[in-house]
Design a protein around this ligand. Structure first.
Ligand code: SAM
Length: 286
């Protein structure tokens, strides 16, 4: 919804808040078989993608999300070789994953090919690693793909999905987490964007309970800023098989052979620090 023609506004219903960006114009709009995808040019945030009226990605702040969805888990797993990205059609997470020299194969499974094709046009910098021989781009339903994946075939699963409404809803179900658990090898890890700790604790609680029920031995939520998402404070929740989430390959982070703009060892440690209200809530979830 727009306040006037120069502003895009997403109202966060039920929260008494909204987020706006000043736009210069609409560059593209498509109704795919799954969702409505709109690309704007903005005055100060570069290109801006919206799916079904929800903010997805801007040129200016996407590095926060893409780095935090990939580097903490990849530097926690001892030797991540096989990675799956469920959703992630803008390809920014794939680009970060492929920066890791241990990764031999990264498969991205997004339900909607149009998100990727529009990203190639409007966010070419996010798609610059799509031609990497280790990258495989598939267009399919993530839950179907995960449930059909050979047992113990993956080291890390990154769920870079839309919100739990529309086609993304199935990616927040116990059935999906069970599929992830089976597809992961020993000490395998899944990470999923888990919305705002300020506004969506019920989603995070459900995720913690479902991951535990699916058999994950350790479950942790990490926090990071994300200006364009509701409340500006975002989270990702990690589940791990047969191992702890605390602790990571700090020496490898220090000597990483690539640049990051947000992520480093201090950010990793800080992102895992649990705010008091969150700690108390988790204790109540058993
Ligand atoms: N960073 C964004 C956020 O948190 O709002 C997510 C961006 S990414 C563009 C989300 C992607 O999830 C979309 O491209 C969408 O097509 C994909 N998606 C939604 N449901 C899916 C499903 N069931 N299987 C695979 N991909 C799905």
């Amino acid at each position: 919804m727009s306040l006037d023609e120069n502003w895009f506004t997403e109202i966060h219903h039920g929260t008494g808040s909204a987020f706006s960006l000043q736009v210069k114009g609409k560059l593209d709009e498509e109704q795919s078989p799954f969702q409505k995808i709109t690309i704007y040019d903005t005055t100060d945030w570069g290109r801006f993608m919206v799916i079904d009226g929800c903010t997805m990605v801007t040129s200016r702040d996407n590095f926060l999300y893409h780095e935090m969805m990939s580097h903490p888990v990849l530097f926690t797993h001892e030797n991540p070789r096989h990675v799956a990205i469920i959703g992630g059609g803008d390809c920014g997470t794939l680009r970060e994953v492929l920066k890791h020299p241990t990764v031999e194969k990264a498969t991205q499974i997004d339900i909607d090919e149009r998100v990727t094709r529009l990203s190639e046009v409007h966010f070419p910098e996010l798609c610059e690693s799509n031609g990497d021989p280790r990258a495989e781009l598939l267009f399919d339903d993530g839950i179907k793909w995960i449930c059909e994946a050979p047992a113990a075939s993956l080291d890390v699963i990154i769920v870079d999905s839309t919100d739990p409404i529309g086609p993304g809803e199935v990616l927040f179900t116990p059935e999906f987490y069970k599929g992830c658990h089976e597809a992961l090898g020993q000490r395998g890890m899944v990470v999923q964007q888990s919305e705002s700790p300020l506004l969506h604790m019920e989603i995070i609680e459900k995720m913690h309970r479902s991951l535990r029920k699916a058999g994950f031995d350790d479950v942790r939520t990490l926090f990071f800023p994300q200006p364009i998402y509701p409340s500006g404070w975002w989270s990702a929740t990690i589940g791990r098989k047969g191992g702890k989430i605390e602790g990571f390959r700090e020496a490898d982070v220090e000597q990483r052979p690539f640049q990051t703009r947000y992520y480093n060892a201090d950010i990793h440690r800080g992102a895992l620090a649990q705010p008091e209200f969150f700690k108390q809530a988790v204790a109540g979830w058993g």
